[in-house]
Design a protein around this ligand. Structure first.
Ligand SMILES: NC(=O)c1ccc[n+]([C@@H]2O[C@H](COP(=O)([O-])OP(=O)(O)OC[C@H]3O[C@@H](n4cnc5c(N)ncnc54)[C@H](OP(=O)(O)O)[C@@H]3O)[C@@H](O)[C@H]2O)c1
Length: 333
């Protein structure tokens, strides 16, 4: 099939970085064996870095970014998928090394796709997108303390970067799991927002800046950390014996200056989260749990729907920390 369609195209000719909405043809989609008509994509922190200047992530230009999408199968060379199947794609280096979801059509490897669970749809799945999927992975990592490791019941859970995409959804999921969620934010005007998502307590981001001791008072049974850097260093020192720290992000920095004490004296566990490389089995399980744990009417209340041109106006705000919540991208808006 040959079909013209709209896409966001980034380019870097002669060291001049550009981003434009262009019309291209499906014959330009060389990778993969399943052609999908994209219903929605979403704007994640990594997308913002890529839209800004490639983020040292995209190496070949011109390129179509967008690290996630949901849509409808149009053509498939793999019998696992057939025309009209509704599918979700997150990660697997799509939007980084392979053309991504900021387009009306995308072609990807069938091993990267899952079918949308029956109680989800293409809109709901991208309201969550990579951020929501990551929040689910982090929350299940925290829950593993009482389930997989058969430890004591989880009570107090810390979430950093709480007003961000991952953070907001993690606050909601962890409170639905029955935990007392302590939300760390730098945004003083978002207390009501976080309480409405289920946070029990709000902590100023400043309390997680600066030097930490080798060990501090153990407070957290579990942590979802989207921030990294000095905050993560302090988090290790404040995690209770046997506690699990699910580390997924670096919004505040990449360097951690920690020591072995939390790990060998308290058995603290660092659980690194890489949503992009998660197995298909894990994806199917986690997406299948989404509707039990997420109040989509609440997610909708903090989700903005963007056209491609609105996407290009919005991503700089995300990088400057001036955007909160979720942004879903509608290629047909
Ligand atoms: N490992 C994975 O698979 C995976 C998947 C998705 C995302 N991520 C990563 O997770 C992080 C969060 O992603 P996101 O989509 O939720 O991004 P986001 O929507 O931009 O949220 C990031 C949040 O971090 C906080 N923050 C920003 N700058 C900060 C700073 N300098 N110091 C401390 N806190 C700061 C802000 O929350 P407050 O104002 O509330 O403090 C902000 O809302 C990013 O680093 C992203 O790359 C990783």
């Amino acid at each position: 099939m040959s079909q013209k369609f709209k896409a966001v195209v980034i380019d870097n000719q002669n060291e001049k970085f550009s981003r434009e909405i262009k019309e291209i043809d499906t014959s330009h989609l060389k990778d993969g064996n399943v052609l999908v008509k994209v219903d929605y994509s979403s704007l994640n922190y990594k997308d913002a870095l890529i839209l800004n200047n490639g983020g040292k992530i995209v190496r070949k230009f011109p390129f179509v970014p967008g690290i996630d999408f949901s849509g409808t199968v149009v053509e498939s060379e793999d019998s696992k998928f057939k025309k009209d199947d509704k599918v979700i794609l997150t990660g697997f280096r799509v939007g980084e090394a392979y053309y991504g979801g900021f387009a009306q059509y995308a072609k990807v490897d069938s091993n990267f796709l899952i079918k949308i669970p029956k109680d989800l749809d293409t809109h709901k799945s991208m309201m969550l997108g990579t951020a929501g999927f990551t929040a689910l992975l982090c929350s299940f990592a925290v829950k593993a303390k009482e389930e997989l490791l058969l430890g004591e019941k989880v009570k107090d859970v810390l979430v950093t970067g709480a007003t961000g995409g991952v953070g907001s959804i993690a606050v909601m999921i962890l409170s639905k799991m029955g935990y007392d969620v302590h939300a760390v934010t730098g945004k003083k005007d978002k207390n009501d927002y976080l309480k409405n998502l289920g946070a029990k307590n709000i902590i100023d981001r400043k309390e997680f800046e600066g030097e930490s001791k080798l060990l501090e008072k153990g407070i957290w049974d579990g942590v979802v950390d989207t921030v990294g850097g000095a905050a993560l260093t302090k988090i290790f020192a404040q995690t209770k014996p046997g506690g699990i720290v699910a580390a997924c992000g670096n919004a505040g920095g990449i360097k951690i200056n920690t020591n072995v004490m939390p790990f060998i004296i308290r058995g603290v566990k660092l659980w690194g989260i890489d949503s992009s490389g998660s197995s298909i089995k894990r994806r199917e399980f986690v997406w299948g749990e989404a509707t039990k744990l997420i109040d989509f009417s609440k997610v909708k209340s903090f989700t903005k729907e963007l056209s491609f041109s609105e996407l290009l106006e919005t991503y700089p705000k995300l990088l400057k920390g001036e955007f909160f919540g979720r942004a879903i991208v509608n290629p047909n808006k």
